[in-house]
Structures are given as structure tokens and as C-alpha cells.
Ligand binder design. Structure first.
Ligand SMILES: Nc1ncnc2c1ncn2[C@@H]1O[C@H](COP(=O)(O)OP(=O)(O)OP(=O)(O)O)[C@@H](O)[C@H]1O
Ligand SMILES: [Mg+2]
Length: 548
């Protein structure tokens, strides 16, 4: 016996409704596809803010119906996509429109449609073709308030076969993936929806095969330590050094010292990549953290996302992973400035006339740049011929507000070539990752129940200031650094966050003087009266004049 669903199905003989879904950002929402067939001029009208591809649906659907052997009577067909005030994109409504049409014209029992949610594009011959955002639809169905009903009442997601693997990343969903429109109608009428073939419903989890390791990098102990702290607390890190110092090499090894994604994080990451159309429908789910290294010619829209039907940008594709901006000084300032919102909020909101789309964007930023146009400024071996004004201009490319949001800065010099072959690389990525995982576990316990905060870098400065224990002399050091180095309130809190991460790596409940002292060394270098910029040296702070 088929139980009645809460959603309306048939009101009168000429009207039918089918449940479907659409994707906004990376989240899906329910769409009810209503089809009304009446006497009149044989015109198909789609209402409910359909975009171009949705409007073309009528051509695809009527051809698919005819080629699948169904009658397409010359009648007036009105299709409404509810909610009607939300713009609809894509081709996923082909299948629900076709099924609704068949029910409204008496070729399919409307009762059979009560227990399905349908998405899929139709080829003119009636085959089902893949659509974007299936994972988001599956997550929505599994998360929706009627979860018990989904499980107990047997609501089945009917979708194109190529999207099965994607949907089955969400467990406990009933799926059916017929090859053609005719096949689904036959199964609905027979009262049995075939589950996808064996093996198809078993998503592969890609194993992480790392080919690079931190031990490949010779020397650069300060930069490696900074990388470890950045990994532990998700801090933004800028590496400045001459060409060939190993900046790119180090940044590429950051994902190898990060913990694997949790299942929930991995789902979120693949959902973004599917929506962006970057994953083949049969792609395996990876537990490796994303590493995005866009070229420096990328646009602001490429970085933060955009388009009339907004697609995620690099900041979202790097969600839960690493965004590496090499040759930072080459990136136009207005593009860099677009990073400020995601760095602050962990998400990006793209406003459009009809709606605002929001994408998650919680990533660890790693930047690399040369200190001057020739790259050799500050090199102990000399050789830099750049004028002071050129160096100043080069460094000013990084605007104040963005520089303020970069928690840590390190300077590297090149390791002498003769040392490269001779010296050992040091600790392996696995050894460092073990420490990072411990530090992250401490942070998880600290931020349990705090929304969207996983790591120290995401915490509100004031929250940390008042909720974490800080030794008295550590506080004094922070205060005198603020007074004498002119730290802004934001910079002050950033030092505190980095210090908190160093304390977490140290497995220390309180932030101690040494933790603050080390954190201060990663503050952006301060340059006085044309001198070489130098890191803040905690033991010499008292010799500095008070800044006004
Ligand atoms: N510390 C190091 N240990 C091992 N190899 C190194 C090291 N530093 C540099 N190399 C070698 O030099 C090459 C260049 O390094 P890398 O590309 O990381 O430099 P970079 O700092 O990014 O330079 P650029 O400013 O030109 O981008 C590496 O591929 C590696 O072979
Ligand atoms: Mg490089």
C-alpha cells in the first residue's frame, strides 16, 4: 500500500506535482514541480523564475516523451516551479517535468510519484544525463527535518546513473537510477524502484598517496616551525625570500602535515567541488585536504567566486585546506583585498539582484613573495641593486588591512647549494602531523559548541583574551609589544592567537612568556629609518621608544 505524502500530488486529473530540488551556493532546497495540462493552444509555459537552461527544458522534455513512446497531446501545458520567487538554474527539472506531464495526462498513476524526489536532465531520446549538485541534494534529503520519514517511508531519490556515486557519499538514502525515462515509468507503474546495481552504491574513498614530504626540504628550520604552527592553528602565513629559497617547496608540503579531513568535512569539500563542476560524477571522495595554488593572474571573481549563477572561487575550493598564493606581489591589490572578508568570516557572500549566495571559505592562507624586484634584498651575500624606493613599492603591494590579517611572516634565505646534497632533511611529515593533530585535539575541546570555530585562527580575539589562561609575564610582554611596536588591536589579538597555538603544540594549558615571545617573532617585520626590517625581539623590547 502506498501511503499518502504530506506534499500535494494530485488536485485534479489535469494537475500533477513532483518533488525535486535545486542548489543555491552549495546548499539544496526543495522545489515542487507542478504540471497543469489543459485545453488550449499547444504551448508549454514554465513559470517560477526559470533561467535559460530551464526554459529549454520544454523542448528536451517533449522530444524525450515522444521518443520514449508516450503521447504528447496538443494541449496547453503550464509548469510551475515552486517556490516561485527563487531563480532556478540548470537542467535537473527535465525529469520531474516529464513525470508530472505523464501523471497530468493520465499516462502514469499520480500516486506513484508520492514517494520520490526526482532530478535529472533528459536527452532527446529519453536517456537520463548527469546534473550538477547531486551531493547537495542528497545531503539536503538526509538532513531534512523529515529524516525519519525519508528512512521509514521509503522516499527514493531518482537520479541519473552517472550521479549515483556522488549521491551515495551520503549514507542511508534510497536511490534509484534508471537509464531512461521509459524505464523509470515502467518501474513506478510496477510499484518497485530498482536500486542501482551492486558496486555502484559503494563510494570509493580515495587513499591519500603523498609523493612529497617535509623531509625533502633541507634546513629552513624557522620556516618549517612556522609551517607547523600555521598547520596547527590554521594561521595565515607569509614567506618572504629570494628565488630558489624553497618557499614553493615548503608551501606544497603544508597539506602533508595537516590532519586528514573528517567525514563531515570531506562531504562539505566534495559538495563544493561538485557544484563548481570540478569533479567527474564518478570521482572518489578524498580525505586529503584541498591544496589550491591559483596563478597570480587570477581575477577577483576567480578568487572569491562569481558569475550570474554564482560558482565557488578559489577561497571556497580551498575550504578546510590550503590556499597558496605564490608570487603574491604580482597579484593586483584589489584582488588581494577581496581576501579580507573570507579571512575574517570563514565564508564569502556573493550578492546578486535576486538573492545572495554564500559559500564556505575557511582555509589556511599561505603566501610567498620575494623581498624586492630582484629578490635579493636582505641576502647576507648581498647582490641586490634595487633602489630603496623600488623595495618600498614592492612591499607596499601587500595592503595594510590584508597584511594585518596575516598572522605570521617568516624570512628565508637560500640554503647554499653545496648543503642541499649533503644535509639531512630532518623530520618527516608524519612526525610533524602527529604534533599538529594533538594541538588540534586541544583546540577542538576548547571550541566545542562555538559555531564555526575549529582552530585558534578562527576564534574571536576577545574570546581568547578572556577565556584562556595567560601567565602574568606573558600578558606584560604582550602589552609592552603593543605599546612599543604599535600593534593594532587586531594585530595584538593575532599575536595572542599564534601564542595560543604555540602553547597548544607545547601541550600547555596556559599561554606562557616563551609562547608570546615566539609568536612575536612571526609578526610582520618592522623597519626603522631605512634599516633592514627586523623581527620583534622580545628581550630588547624595553630599549625601543614608545610608539605614539
Ligand atoms: N631547502 C631546500 N631543500 C631542498 N631543496 C631545495 C631547498 N631550497 C631550494 N631547493 C631546490 O630549489 C628548487 C626551487 O625551490 P622553490 O621553487 O621552492 O623556490 P622559491 O623560493 O619558491 O623560489 P621563487 O621565488 O623563484 O619562486 C626546489 O625545487 C628544490 O629543488
Ligand atoms: Mg616559488
Amino acid at each position: 500500500m502506498t501511503r499518502r505524502h504530506a506534499w500535494p500530488t494530485t488536485v485534479r486529473a489535469m494537475l500533477a506535482a513532483v518533488r525535486s530540488a535545486a542548489v543555491l551556493g552549495i546548499d539544496a532546497y526543495d522545489v515542487l514541480v507542478e504540471v497543469h495540462v489543459a485545453k488550449g493552444l499547444p504551448i508549454w509555459t514554465i513559470v517560477g523564475l526559470p533561467a535559460g537552461a530551464v526554459k529549454e527544458s520544454r523542448e528536451r522534455v517533449s522530444a524525450a516523451l515522444a521518443n520514449s513512446g508516450f503521447a504528447v497531446p496538443h494541449k496547453r501545458v503550464t509548469i510551475n516551479l515552486a517556490p516561485a520567487d527563487q531563480k532556478k538554474e540548470g537542467t535537473a527539472f527535465d525529469l520531474p517535468i516529464a513525470l508530472g506531464f505523464l501523471a497530468a495526462t493520465g499516462q502514469l498513476d499520480p500516486e506513484t510519484l508520492t514517494s520520490i524526489v526526482a532530478i535529472g536532465e533528459l536527452g532527446l531520446d529519453g536517456t537520463l544525463r548527469p546534473v550538477r549538485g547531486t551531493l547537495s541534494v542528497a545531503r539536503r534529503l538526509a538532513d531534512s527535518r523529515d529524516r525519519p520519514r525519508v528512512a521509514s517511508n521509503g522516499v527514493t531519490l531518482v537520479l541519473p546513473p552517472p550521479n549515483v556515486l556522488e549521491a551515495s557519499l551520503v549514507s542511508r538514502l534510497q536511490l534509484s537510477a534508471p537509464l531512461t525515462l521509459a524505464a523509470i515509468v515502467e518501474q513506478l507503474q510496477a510499484g518497485r524502484l530498482d536500486a542501482p546495481g551492486k558496486g555502484v552504491n559503494d563510494p570509493a574513498k580515495a587513499s591519500v598517496h603523498e609523493t612529497v614530504d617535509l623531509a625533502d626540504v633541507v634546513g629552513q628550520d624557522v620556516a618549517k616551525r612556522a609551517l607547523e604552527i600555521a598547520a596547527a592553528g590554521a594561521h595565515a602565513l607569509l614567506m618572504i625570500g629570494p628565488p630558489g629559497a624553497g618557499k614553493t617547496m615548503l608551501a606544497r608540503r603544508l597539506p602533508t602535515i595537516l590532519p586528514e579531513l573528517t567525514e563531515e568535512e570531506a562531504l562539505e569539500v566534495v559538495a563544493i567541488h561538485f557544484v563548481a563542476g570540478l569533479l567527474a560524477p564518478n570521482a572518489a571522495m578524498s580525505v586529503a585536504r584541498p591544496f589550491r595554488a591559483p596563478h597570480h593572474t587570477l581575477s577577483a571573481a576567480g578568487l572569491i567566486g562569481g558569475g550570474s549563477n554564482p560558482r565557488p572561487g578559489e577561497v571556497s575550493l580551498a575550504h578546510h585546506g590550503v590556499l597558496f598564493l605564490d608570487e603574491l606581489q604580482e597579484i593586483p591589490r584589489h584582488v588581494l583585498d577581496a581576501l579580507r572578508q573570507p579571512l575574517e568570516d570563514g565564508r564569502i557572500v556573493i550578492a546578486r539582484a535576486a538573492s545572495a549566495v554564500s559559500f564556505p571559505a575557511q582555509f589556511t592562507l599561505v603566501g610567498a613573495m620575494n623581498p624586492c624586484p630582484c629578490g635579493r634584498a636582505g641576502d647576507p651575500r648581498g647582490g641586490c641593486n634595487c633602489a630603496a624606493s623600488e623595495i618600498a613599492h614592492h612591499q607596499s603591494r601587500l595592503s595594510g588591512p590584508l597584511a594585518d590579517r596575516i598572522d605570521m611572516q617568516v624570512r628565508l634565505s637560500a640554503v647554499p647549494v653545496r648543503d642541499l646534497g649533503r644535509r639531512e632533511g630532518g623530520e618527516s611529515s608524519a612526525a610533524v602531523r602527529a604534533r599538529v593533530e594533538c594541538a588540534r585535539a586541544r583546540q577542538r575541546a576548547r571550541y566545542r559548541g562555538v559555531p564555526r570555530v575549529r582552530c585558534n585562527a578562527h576564534a574571536a580575539g576577545r574570546w581568547l583574551d578572556t577565556r584562556t589562561s595567560i601567565d602574568e609575564d606573558a600578558r606584560d610582554l604582550l602589552a609592552s609589544a603593543a605599546d612599543r611596536c604599535g600593534l593594532s588591536a587586531r594585530a595584538y589579538h593575532r599575536v595572542l592567537k599564534v601564542a595560543r597555538t604555540i602553547a597548544d603544540l607545547d601541550d600547555s594549558a596556559a599561554v606562557a612568556w616563551t609562547h608570546v615571545a615566539e609568536a612575536l617573532r612571526y609578526r610582520p617585520m618592522i623597519s626603522r629609518d631605512g634599516e633592514e626590517p627586523a623581527a620583534i625581539e622580545p628581550t630588547r623590547l624595553h630599549q625601543l621608544p614608545l610608539s605614539n
